[in-house]
Design a protein around this ligand. Structure first.
Ligand code: CTP
Ligand code: MG
Length: 224
């Protein structure tokens, strides 16, 4: 199966608070985006397109291998993935069977997770996401901070990336999405188009780097 990877790396990383875009922040001396690209390739993705901030094309080009394609991302993650998807469906190139969308902010995703997503697609899934169980009691609260209920934890999952899709299903779903729509992940986009999304096991090591503490944990993880 010919799979192309999209890495969403066009965010600014406000919550991390670094002096450069989050995807360029080093982990053990290498920018987060480089780790994310390597994971996709090591897991079996043939080709990678990275969505980056417009002002940072040069900076990303200087740290990524020359065969990684760069596209200018948008103001939201949804817009960035949409831009990368347009590059994936460039009629001048062979159309891939599958597209995997990954966050640059998940540098330490084990390649096994990528392989599980690809295997589920090869088995016929149209859309697949890696998930983890919820271990904490999870509640709802009102505006006043008072508990309003407890959710059935057994039915809840935390969703990670890379998320995998049949190429035409993902392209159709993005085509149907209204121009300014902003969804937090790609599974939500295909679900909005009525496509069922299946799950495979995620991995705790695939945690997203959001705040400074997450980066400190990732550094510890690399040191093993
Ligand atoms: N992303 C993107 N384009 C955007 C916003 C986010 O490609 N306009 C990417 C980020 O680069 C990141 C992933 O989507 O790899 C997940 O987003 P998040 O963790 O929220 O990253 P940021 O938006 O950069 O961080 P923050 O929300 O703290 O500013
Ligand atoms: Mg964000």
């Amino acid at each position: 199966m010919h799979a192309v990877g999209i890495v969403a790396a066009a965010g600014s990383g406000l919550r991390l608070g670094a002096e450069r875009p989050k995807a360029l922040v080093p982990l053990a001396g290498r920018p987060l985006v480089c780790w994310a690209v390597d994971t996709l390739r090591d897991g079996g993705v043939a080709e990678v397109v990275v969505a980056v901030p417009a002002a940072e094309l040069g900076a990303f080009g200087s740290v990524l291998p020359p065969d990684v394609r760069l596209v200018v991302g948008g103001a939201t993650r949804t817009a960035s993935v949409r831009a990368a998807l347009a590059a994936v469906t460039d009629p001048a190139r062979p159309a891939p069977d599958a597209v995997l969308v990954h966050d640059a902010a998940r540098p330490l995703t084990p390649p096994d997770v990528v392989a599980r997503v690809l295997a589920a697609l090869a088995d016929g899934a149209g859309a697949v996401v890696p998930v983890l169980p919820v271990v904490d009691t999870t509640v709802t609260v009102g505006d006043d901070g008072v508990l309003t209920g407890t959710l059935a934890r057994e039915t809840l999952r935390r969703v990670q990336t890379p998320q995998g899709f049949g190429r035409s299903a993902l392209v159709d779903a993005y085509d149907r999405l209204p121009a300014g729509a902003e969804l937090t992940d790609d599974a939500a986009v295909v679900r909005a188009a009525g496509i069922p999304v299946t799950t495979v096991a995620g991995d705790e090591r695939s945690a997203k780097v959001t705040v400074a503490h997450d980066l400190a944990l990732a550094e510890l993880q690399v040191r093993g």
